[in-house]
Ligand binder design. Structure first.
Ligand code: SF4
Length: 372
């Protein structure tokens, strides 16, 4: 068995650790390029969402490298994610691509079935071995999220362009190479040391929250390297959702902490949207309000073109923006979206936020402090 899975941000690092620890061969699809996207777009239905198309491109590229089993997350709820894997399976079968697909449904749907499938996939490994692999995977996930936060905080302050990117890439390699928890702890020390040694500019950068559909938030090739671009403009970006949050809530049992946070986000969104619309539509609203309350300068809301949950969120966010006095820019992306167009809109948005901030400061207006 040679397992592959869709690329999404840095997910390949913890997944590789999981399967390698269990002695299962993993074939990670090559990094997403224009070729991957056009390959997926050629065979997926035109109105399918961008992540589905990119996933198909990943599977086809991994197939050429010898993969024969796909690990894919399933979904429940009103959006298309619920039948995503089945559509992908049909596309691959029509192309004569012979893959076995293992679907991990969210636990709210089918906990025992999910665990059973995972157990089969691990070659019926002993619980102790699975536990060891799971612990290392989870520790890597948490450290990767920490790395993303450190990178976002540092890139907007870097003195020499590219300095932080270099540390980030080295840090990814250290995390990937760690085969045990001890080695991972050493990698963490090295990462903290490398970031601590960076010479950074003083001052407070503009802070912007990034909300929206999970895949476009986490995968730089899908969002046209939006976070890096904003960082280089001197903007600190905080994501509404990180990789470990998604894994916790979608694939494994929700932790109490995440449930609590999730409830807080839903409560904030409640006056505008009373129920889930699938994906992260509800969270886009709740997180935008949280950013307004925390005094962020603005929010960037992103999603794939035709993404139903984010279209619902987009219709509500102008009201949130007005009532909570926070500028929100919505961007929808597909395989035809050009980097230059998106970057121009981001530059204009950042300029507007800077002008707004200095105007407020000149008038000595309080920041967007909200008491609700
Ligand atoms: S959340 Fe949006 S992009 Fe993801 S499957 Fe649902 S509709 Fe498609």
């Amino acid at each position: 068995m040679k397992v592959t899975f869709p690329r999404m941000g840095t997910l390949e690092i913890p997944l590789r650790a999981f399967f390698n620890t269990l002695g299962i061969k993993v074939i990670v699809p090559p990094p997403i390029t224009d070729k991957t996207i056009s390959l997926g777009a050629r065979y997926a239905p035109e109105f399918a969402c961008l992540p589905l198309k990119i996933n198909v491109g990943n599977y086809l590229e991994a197939y050429e490298m010898g993969a024969n089993t796909i690990l894919m997350a399933g979904g429940i709820g009103p959006c298309r994610f619920g039948y995503y894997a089945q559509v992908q399976q049909e596309i691959l079968a029509d192309l004569g691509v012979n893959y076995q697909m293992v679907l991990l449904e969210p636990p709210r749907g089918h906990l025992w079935e999910t665990l059973g499938r995972l157990w089969e996939l691990t070659g019926r490994a002993s619980p102790a071995r699975i536990f060891r692999a799971g612990r290392l995977t989870w520790a890597k996930l948490k450290l990767l999220d920490e790395l993303e936060r450190l990178t976002a905080k540092s890139r907007c302050r870097e003195k020499n362009r590219g300095q932080v990117g270099g540390v980030y890439r080295r840090a990814l390699a250290w995390i990937d190479a760690a085969a045990t928890l001890k080695e991972l702890a050493r990698a963490e020390g090295k990462i903290k040391g490398a970031f601590g040694a960076l010479e950074l500019k003083a001052g407070t950068p503009l802070r912007v929250g990034l909300v929206g559909e999970i895949y476009t938030v986490l995968e730089p090739a899908a969002n046209l390297y939006l976070e890096k671009f904003l960082g280089e403009l001197g903007v600190e970006v905080e994501r509404g959702i990180y990789l470990s949050d998604w894994v916790t809530s979608h694939l494994f049992l929700d932790t109490l902490r995440l449930r609590r946070e999730q409830r807080a986000v839903e409560k904030l969104a409640q006056p505008y949207l009373g129920h889930s619309v699938g994906g992260h539509g509800l969270e886009s609203i709740g997180h935008s309000i949280q950013y307004a309350r925390r005094g962020f300068a603005g929010v960037i809301h992103i999603g794939p073109l035709t993404c139903m949950p984010e279209i619902v969120a987009k219709t509500i966010l102008p009201v949130v923006s007005r009532e909570w006095d926070i500028p929100i820019l919505s961007l929808f992306l597909d395989e035809h979206t050009g980097e230059a167009g998106i970057h121009t809109r981001l530059e204009a948005f950042v300029e507007m936020l800077r002008a707004r901030n200095s105007f407020n400061q000149q008038l000595s207006l309080p920041g967007p402090a909200h008491s609700r």
